[in-house]
Design a protein around this ligand. Structure first.
Ligand code: V4E
Length: 199
């Protein structure tokens, strides 16, 4: 499955409209640790390796360039597949290979996520705590089976958002927000490599 998602900055009125008639599914709290090398070998290629409550996950881009309307990532949760995608030996423990290749944690954040379902869409309302500052954002998501369905899914998300009166524009994800605030050199490297646009 491929997750097609679009992020939104939401004010209180937006949240009210968006959650009106939606089914509340869950509230979860989880801690993510993001990893990269000191020369940003992963994130410069838009690859995002994290552990979520201790479980490793790798997001790989299915789009190209920073000037896109929505994000599409493949998500690997199987350690063997993660090792394969990172060109690590299948016979060596993932953490050992990460250490060997210089992957270190660069961002730790704790998210409180409220999840809703409205029509075919999943809505996540995230409150992110980085320790010394916090950030709030919303995501509207659709799952599709295959790449050819991505474009139509983006269109559906944007129409849905427009119907609910949301502001459509570029929104920094939680890690990009952290990098912009705390890691200016890393931020510039991502811009230079066309992973993000500055805004
Ligand atoms: C894909 C990505 C990153 C990894 C974090 O992904 P995100 O969807 O922000 O996190 P989260 O916690 O909502 O994941 P989920 O629970 O849905 O699996 S960090 C940066 N990116 C890509 C990215 C980008 N290239 N440009 C911008 C503006 N934002 C994000």
């Amino acid at each position: 499955m491929i997750e097609v998602e679009k992020k939104f900055i939401l004010n209180d009125d937006d949240i009210k409209r968006l959650t009106e008639g939606a089914v509340f599914l869950s509230e979860k709290i989880f801690t993510d640790v993001y990893y990269d090398t000191t020369d940003y070998a992963l994130t410069r290629s838009d690859k995002w390796l994290r552990s979520r409550d201790g479980r490793y996950e790798l997001k790989l881009p299915l789009h190209s360039g920073a000037d896109r309307q929505a994000d599409q990532y493949d998500e690997l949760e199987d350690e063997l597949k993660i090792k394969e995608a990172l060109n690590f030996s299948p016979d060596v423990n993932l953490e050992a290979s990460m250490k060997r290749s210089g992957c270190e944690s660069f961002c730790v954040c704790k998210t409180t996520r409220k999840k809703y379902k409205k029509d075919q869409f999943t809505i996540d309302l995230d409150y992110v705590d980085y320790g010394d500052f916090n950030y709030s954002l919303g995501e509207i998501e659709l799952m599709v089976n295959d790449k050819p369905e991505i474009e139509a899914a983006i269109e559906k998300i944007l129409n849905f958002a427009q119907d609910d009166g949301l502001t459509i524009g570029f929104v920094r994800g939680k890690v990009i927000e952290y990098i912009k605030r705390k890691r200016p050199e890393h931020y510039q490297a991502l811009i230079k490599n066309d992973v993000i646009k500055d805004f």
